[in-house]
Design a protein around this ligand. Sequence first.
Ligand code: ADP
Ligand code: MG
Length: 775
Amino acid sequence: MKQKEKEGSNENLRVVIRVRPPMAREIKDGKFISTVQAAPDNQQLCIFDYHAIELVPDEELEAFVQNPANYTIHQFTFDYVYDQESTQVEVYETTAALSVDSTLQGYNSTIIAYGQTGTGKTYTMHGFSFTPNSDQLGIIPRSLHNIFTHIQMKSNSMTTFMVRASYLQIYNESISDLLRPDNQQLNIREDKKRGVFVENLSEWAVRSPPEIYQLMRRGNAKRVTASTRMNDTSSRSHAVFIITVEQIEETPEGKRARVGKLNLVDLAGSERVRVTGATGIRLEESKKINQSLSALGNVIAALTELKQPKSHIPYRDSKITRLLEDSLGGNCKTTFMAMISPAIEAFNESLSTLKFANRAKNIRNTPMVNQDQDQGALLRKYQLEIQKLKQELDERSKLPIDSMVSELEKERQKALEDKQEVMSAYEQRNRDLVQEREMRKQLEEKISALNSQMLVGGQKIEETPQFQNALEKQQKLIRQQYQEKLQELEKERQNIEEDKAQTDKYKQLLLKQRDIMIALTNRLNERDETILQLQEELDAYDKLQKELEDINQTKDSRIQQLVELLKQKDIEIPMNLELPANSFINNAKQQLLLAEMPSSKMILVADPSSNSYIQTLPQQGSYHHSSEAVTQYELKNQIDINKKLELDLKISRMEQERQKKELVSLQDQIQKYENDPTTEQAKKSVDLILNQLTKPANGNSLATVAQELQKLQKILSDKEASPKKAVLKFQQETSNLKQQEIINKLIIKPSKSNNQLNPPPNKKQKQKSIEDLWN
Ligand code: ADP
Ligand code: MG
């Protein structure tokens, strides 16, 4: 169908209506009563206001709607009216295509879908399908397809294009990036060059339609997720898809840059502003319900009241009006697409939408082609940057290498003086060179990356033969230069390497010598130390010997003195007198007490440890009058006696040990005897007998007693050879043994009153006193 030119129509602001087909739930018994009717010219639309139709029974409905008395007609004229049968292709070709063309010419264009929830806004904009060539494709995919076809078909190959896409959502007055999920809470900014824009919104350079479909799927998936999570999110949120087309055209007059922007807006459900309606009256209440949609109404109202100066337009009341400032009364070609449902229950919403759309018709836009924006156009900027980078690359290929070589030359001279220093400097140089190469590579990559984002009409820039030739030439030249420099540097490196090897050899030799010197010095030191030690030891021996000699001398002189003294006193020195090494005289614990020498020559030795005296007879021998000699003799005797006593004691201890063992074995036998069952039996018999005897006597009990007694007698006779007897026998034996032993030792108790000893008792007396003691 062809768009009719109509007098008074405004090509910068077009308003079209799309009526969607009835839904299954709106059709009753296969019948559907529509409230709207489009005229065959596709510009006029009537909407029927049936009076109190909700009170009419279903069966009378058909007759009711036929009667003109039952309805009022509202008639509107728009730029285009799409009825229920309209297709996506039709909508695109007769309306959207015009906006795309404008964008390609360098205009800002906007298509705004407005209407109640469920009237087909999203369907019209997206189409719920990304299958290429699908009938269901909406305006967005078709626009993109159109743009790329345009680029490919453009015969003039001297035009370079760049296409970028962004997709955002405004929900609860918060802007989020639908193509980059982490990009939330974005702000709207404005500057002279870019106009109004969303700060930090991601822009994606796209080179083919499939790339964009992928982006859209990503964005829609995010929007769909949001809507399933929060019931009617999509009916409360606005989605804006932005396509920017930049192009630079080489003309005989010079370069011509143009930037066109296409905003495709899917607004929130308009039922949210029912109270405000198309009248645009500012109501705080409706603002609360959906601030942005009522703000849109207000902006349109302000724009259409012609008296109002432009500064009073309340664009800043909401994010969507601020974002669409250019599209509403500014530098933009705008198309309003109002969607309505034909169902009776949607009448109020539909009428309000039509009124809103009708009012919007009066908005006056003043679009201009955005051209010669040298600084603003990103494409232009890219081209300038590429040029700059190329220059930089040229400079880098020449200057730094020359200076590097001369520096290396200087360093070579310095290297002769200090080779180590040169090595480190040389390494640093090498690193610089690698860095330089890396930088060159990065620059080349940057150029090719920028080139790849540009599209030339018909072909890409880097594919043009001029570009290819120039690039190859340049690359060849640079490669050759680098090759030469590298060879020089390699030679240099080899020289330095050789010098370094020589130095290393010499260094090794020196190190070896030094090690030998150190080893020798160590050995000398060790020898010195040994000599010193030996010297000290020798000194110590000398000193000791001297001391011993002194002592010997002292002793000799002392002996001499003593011999002199003995001679003086006329004392004979007895020969072979032996004293025990551990003499009692030297023992502080022992004290000797010599009794007056009686005629019997008996000696009594006091032993303080046992508090007793030991009586013995001295050995026969001649006595000298010297008391010392007597003492020595008696002492010797006493020692003999002691030794004998000690021997006796040992024997007696052994005997005691033997007895102990015997006692233990006997006790064992007793234990066994105790445990013997017959013992238990005997005990029982005794108990029984006792029991019978305590009762009054009768014949029976006496018989029992007699019986038990007999049993007992038998048990006792069995136990004649019982261990108890053996024990008794043993005790008797041991007591005799002990007595004998004690007698042998002749122990006498000292009297406590004085130190006078009792006269020795005769043998009988002795025996008796010991028996007393034992008992
Ligand atoms: P809105 O975005 O306005 O809330 P939708 O685009 O989600 O509404 O449409 C609601 C339903 O109606 C969807 O199932 C959609 O497929 C269907 N629909 C809307 N317009 C049309 C149309 N012109 N032709 C066929 N189906 C449509
Ligand atoms: Mg929707």
